[in-house]
Design a protein around this ligand. Structure first.
Ligand code: ZN
Ligand code: ZN
Length: 280
């Protein structure tokens, strides 16, 4: 018997499958695990085909896997009718490709919600993985991308907004300015920010100030307590056994910094299409 979740949270809206090529398991296995653990709202958020060209392919699904992804979710709904199972994507959003996204997947009636997340920045004409970003110039591009996601009005929440701290190791004036810009935008547009359980499951990294998690970054969440922002907690599961991974740790951060938990999962339980309702 799997351990039931005792925490205040019985949802996870951030789940990957084998289709992104860096996670294990398929929809039904995650749903079975979530059901055993007492999860009431389970959202799938695979990385969609983000780019019409052949880049980022080791990190996202292919266009020809889209139908199968939505079908797998629909099958799981039949198998586990007591759970609210949602179909979403976790995505970067590049203005130049909006019509590509629209034509490829945003038009789908069976799409429930989107998570905005920055994984790539364009710096001096070159695409760069966010974990390699380590200069103030990179942070400026990161802020540009993340505020674009916030302002788009498409995203139910922003995942790992503090992931710049993976490569940017110092907590200095630039890191603080970057954090404040993100927090101000989230406050202004009323878009929740996610405390990410996958970050909590990763090993510590070394920084000049000593070892810490790459993310969540405590300094970021400490600053967040000074803004009128809400937060959501997700496991960012990359294998079925982690479907509720790190959630208790995320809630400890909420308590530590007196943050406000957004009732996003409750809202999603009640509407048939949160993507359209929450993002109007
Ligand atoms: Zn991510
Ligand atoms: Zn993810």
């Amino acid at each position: 018997m799997k351990e039931k979740i005792e925490s205040v949270q019985k949802y996870n809206l951030h789940t990957h499958t084998y289709r992104c090529k860096h996670a294990e398991g398929d929809v039904m296995e995650y749903a079975a695990e979530a059901s055993e653990r007492g999860i009431e709202v389970l959202g799938f958020s695979e990385h969609p085909p983000l780019h019409p060209e052949d880049i980022w392919t080791p990190f996202r699904m292919e266009e020809d896997e889209l139908d199968d992804y939505f079908q797998a979710i629909s099958d799981a709904r039949e198998q586990f009718p007591q759970m609210k199972i949602l179909a979403g994507f976790e995505m970067d959003l590049y203005p130049g490709f909006k019509s590509y996204y629209e034509d490829t997947f945003l038009h789908r009636e069976d799409l429930d919600y989107l998570i905005g997340g920055v994984h790539w920045i364009k710096y001096r004409g070159e695409w760069m993985w966010i974990q390699k970003a380590d200069t103030a110039g990179h942070l400026i591009e990161y802020v540009k991308e993340i505020t674009g996601l916030i302002e788009s009005g498409l995203m139910s929440f922003i995942t790992h907004p503090d992931s710049f701290a993976y490569g940017y190791l110092e907590w200095d004036a630039d890191a603080e300015a970057c954090s404040r810009d993100i927090l101000s935008a989230a406050e202004e547009y009323n878009v929740p920010l996610e405390i990410n359980g996958y970050g909590l499951r990763k090993p510590d990294i070394d920084t000049p100030a000593g070892p810490r998690k790459a993310y969540p970054l405590n300094k970021f969440w400490e600053l967040a307590s000074g803004y009128d922002v809400t937060v959501v907690c997700n496991s960012d599961a990359h294998r079925p056994g982690d479907v509720a991974g790190g959630l208790d740790g995320c809630h400890r951060i909420i308590e530590q910094f007196h943050l406000k938990h957004h009732p996003v999962a409750e809202a999603m339980k009640e509407v048939s299409s949160p993507y359209k309702v929450l993002n109007r």
